[in-house]
Design a protein around this ligand. Structure first.
Ligand code: ATP
Ligand code: GCO
Length: 177
């Protein structure tokens, strides 16, 4: 499907479960699209970070104010015409709809991988608050990006450069899932 019109400065959420590469790909995607980058992990209330760090998954109530902040941040980028890439898990369709209610031009890049690849990635990093033990809850919560949602699904089982090139090319030609 081809989107009807593409804003010159895109507003994009790089989404997916913990360890899917949102921060890694998001910062590079922002660079290539010529817009700023924000990591939604930096928008979580401290209580949410402490909860995840202690091995307890967030629930809808924990995520609600955070998603409002993410949506408001994207809406401001839309209004100002600056564009923005945000790395944000956006695991459920209802969360994505909340964000679209605030920032309707948002497009999603869903970084998609198997549990095996995801576990290898989270186990391979150090100094991050999110324990690998929460991966199963992240996967159980995830509702994959569907064809009628605005965005693309990108396979993460390949080098960063390939993922990035695929995402840039499909976003800039207006492809959707
Ligand atoms: N394509 C890739 N190939 C190999 N390693 C990768 C790839 N993408 C990301 N990584 C590595 O996987 C780990 C997880 O990536 P990253 O931190 O970007 O994920 P994330 O989705 O932002 O995670 P979280 O949501 O938990 O913060 C990092 O150590 C990163 O360097
Ligand atoms: O919705 C959630 O449960 C959270 O956003 C998590 O996904 C983490 O913040 C992120 O993945 C960092 O590890």
């Amino acid at each position: 499907m081809t989107a009807p019109s593409q804003p010159e400065a895109p507003v994009v959420i790089v989404m997916g479960v913990s360890g899917s590469g949102k921060s890694t790909i998001g910062v590079l995607l922002a660079r290539d699209l010529g817009v700023s980058f924000t990591d939604a992990d930096d928008l979580h209330p401290i209580a949410n970070i402490e909860k995840m760090a202690s091995g307890v998954p967030l629930d809808d109530d924990d995520r609600r104010p955070w998603l409002e902040t993410v949506g408001a941040t994207l809406a401001e980028a839309e209004r100002a015409g600056t564009g923005l890439v945000i790395a944000c898990s956006a695991l459920k369709r209802a969360y994505r709809e909340t964000i679209l209610g605030q920032a309707p031009q948002t497009r999603f890049v869903h970084l998609h991988g198997t549990r095996e690849v995801l576990a290898a990635r989270t186990e391979g990093r150090t100094g991050h608050f999110m324990p690998t033990s929460l991966l199963d809850s992240q996967l159980a919560t995830l509702e994959e990006l569907e064809p009628d949602e605005p965005g693309i699904v990108v396979d993460i089982d390949r080098p960063v450069g390939e993922i990035l090139a695929d995402a840039v090319s499909r976003l800039t030609t207006g492809q959707s899932t």
